[in-house]
Design a protein around this ligand. Structure first.
Ligand SMILES: Nc1ncnc2c1ncn2[C@@H]1O[C@H](COP(=O)(O)OP(=O)(O)O)[C@@H](O)[C@H]1O
Ligand SMILES: [Mg+2]
Length: 346
């Protein structure tokens, strides 16, 4: 039983409200990603779940047990931080064994458990090395194995891959996802990187300024954002948002394309698009431009896959279009998604 639930959780540091009344429930065995910009309260939330930070108010429930006032060691959780530290003078074996020795476990049981954890992270051939003899990725895996060796029911990870270079990070991400599914542990994973969040999460919790903006699958977060914050925080380049009266009309760059490439003209909205800049990224072309005076000269960006070969020249005006089903409408005041329909082509 590793489900985590928090209710009405608040944390204030003096006049700063880091976590502003969060209700959240993970499912047992779920990979739940907490995503949000720096300073939005992700680490504080995780530390309260771990028992490292006392909530100002609210409750933390792990595996059905209210642990709000209980110390970290009885919560049966493990936590790995971005700035994890291995003991440099100890071998990998001793690093992983450390939490078990602290519990005064028997020698042969310790060996068994260390080998199990090391095997899980494929570092069993490195057990006699010292941390300085390891690559960044290997060190990371030792830190994960050390956290895992006590067989926690919940694993809390705070940006654990941000010290790795891009290539290693992708590999570590894949490993972590496989591992989590294999052992069926509940993982709460904090990141500010939306690509990482989309790749890892069964569900994603998008946070801003101490509050939750949306909880959903990567698909839901991407295609049906609850508000204009989620719409622009997730996706790169971000969703186009046009101010039109009392609403914001949003559509993703990859949904905005030359009208001639759409074979269901009855389902589209057409806009005149004057191109100001083209970036060729190899896999895609990013076309930046202006929608003209009818739209208050608002800017937009289109993302065309490399195999959309329609010529596009800077300074020229083209009919571009977006399918009606790909148009999102948000209330301009609250930023919240509305089901109000708005015609883009006027
Ligand atoms: N120990 C602390 N004392 C005072 N303010 C803090 C402390 N920890 C965090 N904060 C503040 O709380 C807010 C949330 O921080 P944090 O949880 O670290 O955000 P994140 O992990 O999303 O970047 C920030 O404004 C931060 O400055
Ligand atoms: Mg943080």
């Amino acid at each position: 039983m590793g489900a985590v639930e928090v209710t009405k959780l608040v944390k204030r540091f003096g006049r700063v409200t880091a976590v502003d009344g969060i209700d959240l429930a993970s499912r047992d065995g779920e990979f739940l990603v907490l995503l949000g910009p720096s300073g939005c309260g992700k680490t504080t939330l995780l530390r309260m779940i771990a028992g490292l930070e006392e909530p100002t108010s609210g409750e933390v429930i792990i595996g059905g047990r209210n642990v709000t006032t209980l110390p970290p060691r009885v919560r049966n959780i493990a936590m790995v931080f971005q700035s994890y530290a291995l003991y440099p003078q100890m071998t990998v074996f001793k690093n992983i064994a450390f939490p078990l020795r602290a519990l005064r476990m028997q020698r042969d049981i310790i060996r068994e458990k260390v080998e199990w954890a090391a095997g899980m992270f494929k570092i069993d051939q490195l057990l006699e090395r010292k941390p300085r003899e390891l690559s960044g990725g290997e060190r990371q895996r030792v830190a994960l194995a050390r956290a895992m060796v006590r067989e926690p029911t919940v694993f809390l990870l705070d940006e654990p891959l941000s010290n790795l270079d891009a290539k290693l990070r992708t590999a570590a991400r894949e490993e972590l996802k496989h591992l989590q599914k294999r052992i069926g542990i509940t993982m709460l994973y904090v990141t500010h990187d939306q690509v990482e969040a989309m790749g890892l999460g069964d569900r994603i919790v998008v946070m801003n300024k101490g509050s939750i903006r949306q909880v959903g699958t990567p698909q839901e977060i991407y295609h049906k954002p609850n508000d204009s914050f989620v719409a622009t925080f997730v996706g790169s380049p971000p969703m186009n948002l046009l101010e039109m009266g009392d609403v914001l009309v949003g559509f993703r760059p990859e949904c905005f394309r030359p009208a001639e490439t759409i074979d269901t003209p009855e389902a589209m909205e057409e806009l005149q698009f004057t191109v100001s800049w083209v970036e060729d990224l190899g896999s895609d072309r990013l076309i930046y431009g202006n929608l003209g005076s009818d739209y208050g000269d608002q800017h937009a960006v289109a993302k065309l896959a490399f195999n959309v070969t329609t010529p596009v020249e800077v300074g020229k005006r083209y009919p571009f279009a977006v399918l009606k089903k790909d148009v999102n409408v948000f209330d301009r005041k609250t930023g919240l998604r509305t089901e109000k329909r708005v015609s883009l082509s006027g």
